[in-house]
Design a protein around this ligand. Sequence first.
Ligand code: AMP
Length: 395
Amino acid sequence: MLKTISNFDLKGKRILIRVDFNVPLSNGLVTDDFRIRMALPTINHCLESGASVVLMSHLGRPKGQIVPDLSLIPVGEKLAELIELPIKFSDDCISEDARDVSLGLRPGEIHLLENLRYHNEETDNDPRFSELLAKHGEIFINDAFGTAHRPHASNVGVSRYFLHKGIGFLFEKELQYLGTVIKKPKRPMTLVLGGAKIGTKLELINKFIDEADAIIIGGGMAFTFLKAKGINVGGSLVDESMLKTASEIIEKSRKVNKRLHFPVDVVAAKSIDDIKSIKELKIDKIPNTMSGFDIGPATIERYSKLLLSSKTIIWNGPMGVFEKPEFDNGTLKIAKIMTKAKEEGSVVIVGGGDTAAAVKSYNLIDEMSHVSTGGGASLELLSGNRLPSVEALEG
Ligand code: AMP
């Protein structure tokens, strides 16, 4: 059975916590501390229970090399600032020195280990590396939902060396929303899909064609579907390799009588940087010289109505190229409508990755029921797949 941190008596114990501190950095400073803040409830709970804490995380992809720009030192500084406590830091996660620091921790103290991925053994799920990591703690808690779908040493391999192991509060919340809530959703349930790639969301689409009451499609991926329906989408993004799959999805949705909703208009331009050429166009009136980069006002209105009549909303993928202010109106308006739906009692779940980044940039995180900290992991869970790091804790 999967245990959570609340199941353990933590007093006087050393807790090894796998956190997801894979945060963006610029000039040696953390530019977005969302993931650090999300780990605080678990860390604080350990400290308040009279335990000491050893934290381990990866940062970026140093691929087994010591890359100073990917050091966790700035993350430790940010954490110390947020938690208002000094943090001990070790510059190698498996050195004897690092282990001695952990063994010498007193209740209430925190020890942060350097980037796990300075060692290739982390992503190789190497047993010896896992064993050395395990020496840091007496209880293992996994609170790193962002890597939950990857079988690595610090989340899967390490579990084997602990009798007492479980998940932290953040992981528990992710499982609750992305797993449990959608098993028995308040209906109607609407899935909102966007972004560029269909391939990574195929499993999700197939599952929700059966389980959702409606599917709304926006973003670049809509054009592949529209082209498959025989509509000329001009120069808009189309994944030619997915046209057949898109037709099959449309056909399946017809068979099970589930409507897929596509944009009826777009904000288009000759190219993404040609701001002067920006125009709102009906979906079947996009000339070959123009491309759609955002959903248009008529689409926003339709989608808003649908969302306000939904009781459970799951959102994965931006409605347009939200990174550019000229094309982020659709994503912003849809995000705002979701906060209204939430205010009116609906459950609104936002997947990680780009969608979470967009919601964060609008300062709307706290207005949603749940914004996931994991992109790939949230997709896996929503698609109904098991997570290897959860299986490792159950075994
Ligand atoms: P994905 O990783 O598949 O969720 O795609 C996210 C990316 O899709 C974001 O970087 C968006 O800029 C991009 N995107 C969204 N809408 C469009 C569009 N209409 N044309 C091109 N790219 C888009």
